[in-house]
Write a protein of this length. Structure first.
Length: 232
């Protein structure tokens, strides 16, 4: 091995079997288990909120869902609100990275927009309860989670308004336009999740894409995009 130094595969530089090496392995294992438990609690919190509504959820409901106990829960969180805020922050960051990853893999604003909306639709259909707990119940929970979601929404608004930098013919709608477009996407998504029909958002993606593209690039570009979306 490079440098002649043995490691346990995690970069600790400590030989397995030595007291310090075994202690490091134990600490890493304990930390990994704590992270896994935290993820289970996050998933349970958001899914339970998506199923029952934030106001109706008790800590015990979350504990029952992931199969743990109150000691585990309160070792990491001081309250339901504390847990929800942490769970929301973790999941909204993952969703944002997922959507941005899909969008950035495409070339051009139009393809990026469609890829991003498709990724949101896929998330909603794959994990409808978590999506509901994340994107609908945040308006009930409020607090830091709602502020965090507003930050993510601002990035989405900026991504929509980036159409102004597209080459070729385009319109120059008022600066507030992107806010309205983002609001239409959000209201369509939350309505679908609240109705227990996440597929309704996926079905609406072609029309949403058409609306946004036509606003910035004109009807010809929007019709072309609508046909491409429906054919995909």
């Amino acid at each position: 091995m490079a440098g002649g130094r043995h490691t346990d595969g995690r970069g600790s530089g400590l030989r397995p079997g030595t007291p310090r090496g075994e202690l490091t392995r134990f600490d890493e294992s304990r930390e990994r288990q704590a992270d896994e438990m935290q993820q289970k609690i996050f998933e349970a919190m958001l899914a339970t909120c998506g199923e029952k509504g934030y106001r109706r959820v008790a800590v015990q409901d979350v504990i029952d869902r992931y199969g743990g106990n109150r000691v585990q829960f309160y070792r990491q969180f001081s309250s339901k609100a504390d847990c929800y805020a942490a769970a929301h922050d973790d999941e909204i960051e993952r969703l944002q990275a997922r959507v941005l990853g899909a969008a950035s893999a495409e070339s051009g604003w139009r393809l990026s927009l469609r890829a991003g909306l498709d990724e949101i639709a896929a998330f909603a259909e794959e994990r409808p309860l978590v999506a509901g707990g994340l994107l609908v119940e945040v308006h009930v929970a409020g607090g830091p989670a709602l502020r965090r979601q507003a930050e993510v929404r601002d990035r989405f608004v900026a991504a929509i308004d980036a159409a102004r930098r597209e080459p070729g013919p385009r319109r120059s709608p008022p600066p507030i336009t992107a806010q309205f477009m983002a609001g239409a996407v959000e209201s369509t998504l939350t309505a679908a999740l609240a109705a227990g029909d996440p597929a309704a958002f996926a079905a609406a993606v072609p029309e949403l894409t058409h609306m946004i593209v036509s606003t910035y690039l004109g009807e010809d570009a929007a019709t072309e995009e609508l046909e491409a979306t429906r054919a995909a």
